[in-house]
Design a protein around this ligand. Structure first.
Ligand code: HEC
Length: 137
């Protein structure tokens, strides 16, 4: 019995340690799979075609727009750090609300970014305006 408790505590301690070392590990994996192709591993994008995520004023100024861009895509002009982009981004409808939250938090805390952490509830609020446009599964 004592052993069980010991190993239970050990497992929990290990979990906390792991979470502390890699706070947005799922976000990082999803970023690699779904975003890196275009926005690049270091978040710098592609000059004139694909906007950066590293140091992007868009993330700071319009965080409420980001969940819908990830799920539903974006078409039309947008300005990021003073540069105008007009390349369509296709939405990735299969990502769950939770996965979108993790990706955003990975992006918000990577490459020198120091943008606020977002919570699932907040992201779900921000997803409401595009719910009718794109239905995830
Ligand atoms: C096929 C290429 C492509 C993929 C894949 C892609 N994006 Fe984009 N993304 C773009 C383009 C192009 C724009 C600019 C759209 C425009 O010019 O209208 C953009 C715009 C954005 C913006 C708003 C502008 C900025 O730079 O802050 C965010 C945020 C964003 N993408 C996040 C993501 C995330 C997160 C993923 C992965 C889940 C992702 N994108 C996957 C091409 C892509």
């Amino acid at each position: 019995m004592k052993n069980k408790a010991f190993f239970g505590c050990f497992a929990i301690a290990l979990l906390f340690w792991a979470c502390d070392q890699y706070p947005y590990e799922q976000g990082k994996i999803l970023y690699t799979n779904f975003c890196e192709n275009c926005h690049m591993a270091d978040g710098t994008g592609l000059k004139g075609l694909i906007p950066p995520l590293a140091g992007a004023d868009f993330l700071k100024n319009s965080p409420e727009g980001v969940p819908c861009i990830i799920r539903g895509g974006y078409k039309g002009e947008m300005t990021v750090n003073g540069v105008v982009y007009d390349t369509e981004m296709a939405g990735i409808a299969k990502l769950s609300d939770f996965e979108i939250t993790n990706i955003i938090n990975y992006v918000h805390t990577s490459w020198g970014n120091d943008f606020p952490i977002v919570h699932l509830k907040q992201v779900q609020e921000w997803l409401k305006p595009c719910e009718n446009v794109i239905k995830p599964f």
